[in-house]
Ligand binder design. Structure first.
Ligand SMILES: Cc1cc2nc3c(=O)[nH]c(=O)nc-3n(C[C@H](O)[C@H](O)[C@H](O)COP(=O)(O)OP(=O)(O)OC[C@H]3O[C@@H](n4cnc5c(N)ncnc54)[C@H](O)[C@@H]3O)c2cc1C
Length: 426
């Protein structure tokens, strides 16, 4: 029996355990999770760790785009953009349906992963784990490690000139729980990714004034009267926030929706990937460490339809681990990785970190992974159609897109039950 270790029991870890458990006669699966429950960031106010989601968060992908393809969300849910608590219920049902909890050791933190031995290029691993209930530290030897620890723990904090002089508060959205703290406040919200736009939608009705600072030319929605767009922050000086166009404003709070950094503190230096400008380098198909091919990452991808992609990555990792498909040589993996990087980052002139943002590249990526693992997932065509519609609407007007309701007709078609009239205007 091969020993395999999964780190994390969020959506990516659960998908991984599900795929591996289809071969439980061949694999001894042990998953470790810091918390006493499954769900990862979808657990809010977790007693054992801080998570980056907030009470009233709603998913930004519809329920058809959100679920694991082998376990769709119930079709009788009327709304399309479901609340956080419903996503968590779904994950709980998913774990129960596939009987995944038997493999998870809750309240266990992985402290260190290191190479135990390497014979003819085949590595074995040592995973050092602390039982948080007893404090006992133990070591687990295994043949493969699957890292599914997410990427929303280490905050990305920009360094503004004069930051230390700022007299107001600077808060990262990781600590946003609800809008009460923002009642009557003037806020400069930095960043217009999904987190920034979600939180704008949450606080605009209670804040006195919001300046939405960003440089994404695609974000053009008409803002409410108490809000306006401003460019990037150039520097801070005491009470003053100075933008790159020279404008100066005062605010109570600078709220940083500036995202997160990849971080793998538990990987020893012998196997920790180099993260350069927030790009996890030398990982084949965003999931196999080229230098250490029995070290897998499930969930390095950002945006897109994450749960779908986790399911495909998990299937492919399982196919490699069980030997159902042949290993790929290091040379071939390296070549493909470099070609993909050139195609998706260098040629279009994007930033290194964009390599992991798979909004439109996700379809080609998913097809490639599914073809390699030999496991096709249902709902491919309709998911893509809904995704394109939703993202188009979100860019046109991010304040209203989650009110839309879509209904699945079949594997290829969906219908619009409701969309705000703003989306039918040219
Ligand atoms: C505010 C916010 C809104 C989001 N909205 C959406 C959305 O609408 N739709 C969507 O699809 N995605 C959304 N996401 C993205 C989200 O990352 C994914 O949905 C998904 O939760 C990622 O799953 P994961 O398992 O990779 O990571 P996580 O959910 O972060 O789970 C990782 C797990 O690993 C565990 N862990 C970490 N380190 C260790 C260790 N050393 N030892 C043991 N266990 C460990 C953690 O405790 C955690 O449970 C959102 C994220 C945020 C922060």
């Amino acid at each position: 029996m091969k020993e395999v270790v999964v780190i994390g029991a969020g959506p990516a870890g659960l998908s991984t355990i599900k795929s591996l458990s289809e071969y439980k006669d061949e694999l001894n699966i042990t998953a470790y999770e810091i918390s006493d429950r499954i769900g990862g960031v979808w657990v809010n106010r977790d007693p054992y760790k801080h998570t980056a989601t907030f009470d009233s968060l709603r998913a930004n992908n519809t329920k058809e785009m959100l679920g694991h393809p082998d376990f769709p969300l119930p079709s009788d849910i009327q709304e399309s953009f479901i609340p956080r608590s419903m996503v968590l219920d779904y994950l709980e049902n998913f774990a129960n349906h596939f009987q995944l909890k038997q493999f998870i050791k809750f309240r266990h933190t992985v402290l260190n992963v290191d190479i135990l031995s390497s014979v003819n290029g085949v590595e074995k691993w040592n995973v050092m784990v602390r039982n948080e209930e007893t404090g006992a530290v133990t070591n687990k030897k295994c043949d493969a490690v699957l890292v599914a620890t997410g990427h929303e723990t280490e905050m990305h904090i920009p360094e503004f000139e004069g930051m230390k002089t700022f007299t107001g508060e600077i808060i990262h959205t990781r600590y946003f729980q609800d809008s009460t703290y923002y009642i009557g406040k003037t806020v400069v919200l930095v960043g217009a990714g999904f987190s920034g736009l979600d939180i704008f939608t949450e606080i605009h009705a209670v804040a006195k004034k919001i300046y939405l600072s960003h440089h994404d030319e695609r974000i053009k929605a008409t803002l409410p009267e108490n809000a306006e767009y401003v460019p990037d922050v150039a520097r801070l000086d005491g009470d003053d926030i100075i933008f790159t166009d020279g404008r100066v404003v005062q605010a109570d709070i600078i709220l940083l929706a500036t995202g997160y950094r990849y971080d793998f503190p538990f990987l020893s230096e012998n196997c920790r990937p180099v993260v350069k400008d927030d790009h996890v380098t030398n990982i084949y198909r965003m999931m196999v460490d080229i230098e250490h091919p029995s070290l897998y990452y499930i969930g390095l991808n950002k945006l897109g339809m994450p749960f779908r992609e986790f399911s495909m990555q998990a299937d492919l990792a399982t196919a490699f681990i069980t030997g159902r498909i042949p290993a790929v040589s290091k040379e071939e993996m390296q070549k493909e990785y470099e070609e993909r990087y050139k195609k998706y980052v260098t040629d279009p002139g994007l930033r290194p970190k964009d390599f992991h943002i798979v909004c439109l590249t996700q379809f080609e990526y998913a097809d490639t992974i599914m073809e390699q693992s030999g496991r096709q997932k249902p709902g491919r065509v309709v998911s893509e159609k809904i995704y394109r519609r939703v993202m188009g609407n979100a860019l046109k007007n991010f304040l209203k897109f989650k009110k839309s309701i879509y209904r699945l007709v079949d594997e290829e078609n969906f219908e619009v039950v409701y969309e705000d009239p703003v989306y039918s205007k040219p």
